[in-house]
Design a protein around this ligand. Sequence first.
Ligand code: ATP
Ligand code: MG
Length: 431
Amino acid sequence: MSETGPTGSAENPTGDALRARADAVEVVRVLQASGYKALFAGGCVRDELLGLHPKDFDVATDARPKDIAKLFRSTAHVGAHFGVVIVRTGPSEGVEVATFRKDGSYSDKRRPDSVEFADDIADANRRDFTINALFLDPLAAEDSPSIHGHVVDHVGGMRDLEDRLIRAVGNPEDRLAEDHLRALRAVRFAARFDCKIDPCTAGAITEHAGDLAGVSAERIGQELRRMLSHSSRVRAVELLADLDLERAIFSAPGSGSLSRLSGLEAGADFPCAMAAWIIDRQGFAGETRLYRDALCLSNAEHDSIDATIRIARDLHADWLGRPVAFQKRLAAKAEFGPALACVSAVDLSLAGRISARVAELRASPEGLEPKPLLTGEELISMGFRPGPAFKGVLSEVYDAQLEGRISDLEGAKSAAQKLLGSPEPEGGSGV
Ligand code: ATP
Ligand code: MG
């Protein structure tokens, strides 16, 4: 999964981003025309002030959910309990409209137990970081030529954004105690937007790093997936180590160089980045199950990370000197590309030689991954009875095919015959 976030370059928003903004402005216009306060809120304001183009816009308002529903033709309530309504006015996916609220207590450290509707000041104060607690009135006169509207800042978020500072809204200790996932969000935003973390906020994060144990592995995994999918992944991992969060997540402190992670291309995907990070930390014998459990990874993600590490290990361990069949089998695997990226990150010259060899193998008459000439059905039609030896024979015959020693079905059959002997007469035991 690649990190979702603002799209388009600073100068050129995508069509989707333009439509999403136009739809959100329309929602604000309708609400304001009916006498309500309505503002863009949170991440979309932050992104616009950074010159980025948000993909989705959240609107915050003093209108109650039932009033919002009356004003628009197409609405859907998401968790009516939390007072959020999705409004569809145009082609975009819909605009989330939330009634200003202050959160109640956090007994499960995850979701507030209750929500109380409130004003925009309280709504800013319940948000995590000052740069995420800004509002923007897109219909008011522009504050400056680069800001499309008027910024409403109750928490000093504008100054922190200018200073590139991640600062908790209010008392950092209290805010982290409410929801310790905020520690990881701080890291993600600091890395993504090249910000420092305010010393008081950083101090509280480190002091309470152990509290992360109370956050579900699933939520931790979601944050780490986003950090590692983004080009700022090295900074994120450095911060995790510096703030003692890496130890809290994996029960092992982060130390040593991040040479593989640093050498990856910006667009590397999550399993590839995860594999590079694990090799950096633990070498090729890295215990990937530890990461799977700590981050609640899917089996597919875990298998892919595991395979990437194993292939990278084989690539370093004289893959170039191995038999053709071995080389082709490995090169045909889905994780070969990510594994090669992990090699390339630390040894460009070896990676270059491996790529050249793959090109040679691909150009061979039988190619890299030919369809097997011989199948189990074929063996059965030759009179052999299915049995445990089938797999090994098919594999050996396929190796011969990959190496160009066999190139047609007849050759494959006679090779199998040599390996299996004559078919057992009817009633004999299977091979
Ligand atoms: P992005 O979507 O790019 O990761 P975002 O700031 O939009 O960044 P969301 O998770 O979409 O993040 O949340 C929207 C807004 O809701 C945030 O900007 C913040 O104001 C508030 N928010 C989200 N999660 C929390 C949290 N755990 N604690 C307090 N406020 C939060
Ligand atoms: Mg968002």
